[in-house]
Write a protein that binds this ligand. Sequence first.
Ligand code: PLP
Length: 409
Amino acid sequence: MVRTNASNRPHQCDKKMDKAKPVWRIPLADIDLGPEEEAAVLDVLRRRWLSMGEVTAAFEADFATLTGARHTLAVTNCTAALHLAGLALGWGPGDEVIVPSLTFVATANAVRYTGATPVFADVTGVDDFGLSAEDVAERITPHTRAIVVVHYAGYAADMPAIMALAERHGLDVVEDVAHAPGATLDGRALGTWGRIGCFSFFANKNMTTGEGGMLATDDDELAERLRLLRSHGMTSLTWDRHQGHAWSYDVVAPGYNYRIDEIRAAIGRVQLAKLEGANSRRRTLDALYRELLPAAVPAIGVPYLAARGVPSCHLRPVLLPKEADRVAFMAAMKAGGIQTSIHYPPVHRFSYYRQDEDGPSLPVTEAIGAREVTLPLYPAMTLADVESVVSAAVDALAIALHSNERPSG
Ligand SMILES: *Cc1c(COP(=O)(O)O)cnc(C)c1O
């Protein structure tokens, strides 16, 4: 079995454990964990308070500084953040929430958790994989409550257009910022444009806590509701009672346990301190991709040549020509030790999301879903690695075009 990208680099393993031989010469992604993370975890273990407390509060404060958001709440993952956002905004059965289909399935699943119906809208075009405000406008009905925007690959969606549309129709905007911590548009952090931003610290994201997430909002009332729902609907935390700040608690909603813990918050603080440097390195590497790819393989489409704002460059997507065989392309890259992936198989095509309707018409999403390949991008890559991926792509495309000329079967 192919190991996941986050675990196949030897320096991440315990020195006493057998190191797995790296499967890939250049993996799709890689995490940067060093002595600072180790020390931060040990410090938490030695202080013997593991559930959400001071370290989490400090992590949230750091994240508020990064984003400029008035309230930040750490949670167990971004999927939980999206669920809480929908609950805090009052989504329920009969409501419609417009989401992209070109996203990770959690964006749509979280809408379902609340009982609301995700309505899929198309993305802008082959150069910009963000939600199309024009297409969103066509999907608005009297039942529409909100729009969930995904900042694909760490590039800002067209927030001015989407916010203006939402305002005209009285809709809430939630941002799925899983790809875009530290990214900005017009000097404003992504995740603070809409009413609530939902961040992910999963192992392959720009910063990680293993599993983890963060909510950001400027709205005091929403923040209070999110805080209650994150922890069983209880009015005080174990930490508050330990500190002698509270003797008891009331329960004011059937909340969840979507808390992070001190161990992960400690890792998060170290990762957050590295984020700006890591994002800047990603931008340098991505700039080289954007320079080399169009010259070396003009048949391959390179989206986001001109990006809005300052991106976090989470992914480097490319579009193969229609006539290329994507499986053959990815197999040829793999033969050269280079891991690639697809972001994303469109959500509206999955069995679960196909069951209740004929399916929406999403021509741009379908075209991207059929042709997209994601190339390796992570801060520890060298410029030579990027050159090596590009030259492998030249050869892989030749194979992929040739293999499609042969009659199949
Ligand atoms: C990773 C991801 C999520 C889910 O994040 P988790 O922290 O794993 O729950 C949601 N949306 C997008 C776009 C993602 O990439």
